[in-house]
Design a protein around this ligand. Structure first.
Ligand code: ZN
Length: 58
């Protein structure tokens, strides 16, 4: 199963998972929102890649 990149107008296959900070419309605060991104979009400003492969490596 292929997961599409979450960025608008992007049809690329997502290659990584990360977070963007979206402005909450009620509180006005930036809240982290999980998104999928392709190779191109994982490098854009405002995207923070979450390396799930290393979680649990304490
Ligand atoms: Zn993309």
């Amino acid at each position: 199963m292929n997961t599409k990149c979450c960025y608008k107008n992007c049809e690329n296959e997502a290659t990584t998972t990360g977070l963007v900070f979206a402005r909450h419309k009620e509180t006005g605060k930036d809240v982290p929102t999980p998104v999928q991104a392709c190779d191109k979009h994982k490098g854009v400003d405002g995207f923070f890649e979450s390396d799930t492969n290393t979680q649990g490596e304490m």
